[in-house]
Ligand binder design. Sequence first.
Ligand code: DGY
Length: 329
Amino acid sequence: ALDGPKQRMKVFVTRRLPPEGQKLLSKSDLDVQQWDSDDVIPKEELLKGIEGADGLLCLLTDTIDKEVVDAAGPKLKVISTLSVGFDHLALDEIKQRGIKVGSMQHLSTDVTAELAVTLLLTTCRRVPEAMEEVRNGGWKTWSPMWLCGYGLSDSTVGVMGLGRIGLGIAQRLKPFGVKRFLYTGIPPCLKSVEELKAELVSTEKLAEESDFVLVSCPLTPETAGLCNKDFFQRMKKTAVFINTSRGPVVNQEDLYQALVTGQIAAAGLDVTTPEPIPTDHPLLTLKNCVILPHIGSATHGARNAMSVLAVNNLLKGLAGEVMPGGIEL
Ligand code: DGY
């Protein structure tokens, strides 16, 4: 029989995308089905929507587990995620089915490192607390020890997980007069590590000797819960803890105890467990805890560029070509 018109490939997109990615997607000849909303797609809608799809474009808020890939069926060839992290993807299931995965690679490195520095300075100089004092009439006079925090000059900074983002954080902090950099993890560039004179140390030593600890490692079975009671007990009482990676790297109850008992000075988190953190969570009652709503890569430029890369990963992957942000499984 003669072939009818060629069937367009179906892709399912789990959210409304930033404008540039959305524009690129609309120009493609794919059959695009989309959860056209700024809210997270409910699981049952995802299971329905992905049925028979050749490609999936998802977000870090979508858990892509066995149930989802099973619901997709055998045609699913490509998963493109609008994130650097891919801890929300069941990689073993995905690999078994020969599905290719694309993520963001370097695209959000600079903005996320910038946000980590922002959060560090905000936390160690107690900015939200100070602003609150101005509003609530707590500002009575200039007072020698009022709202004193900790500065970066001559300090030791420990970066847990010195990958691309961790290196970006250290490079940005160097001009603040940091004396010593400690790190764990596998650096992307040894020359840059030498320039920083950064020292590779154990997690324990990093906790013990750092004035500022910044977590920027991926979430894996090895890093889950790594910042726990033992870790915080090793930290200096004057030290400040910052997490911009993934919430589950931190045991939040242990962190709460460390902050309440003065085991550490303060914490700044851009990521929590769960997200969003419930508004009645005990951490939100603490003045020495600054929490942001996972905005590491939230600039117009980065999010648009990320969406373009996510769509390109999808298009290239479906065309059987090399994905610009393809990851090794
Ligand atoms: C990521 O890309 O994984 C971040 O957490 C969000 O930008």
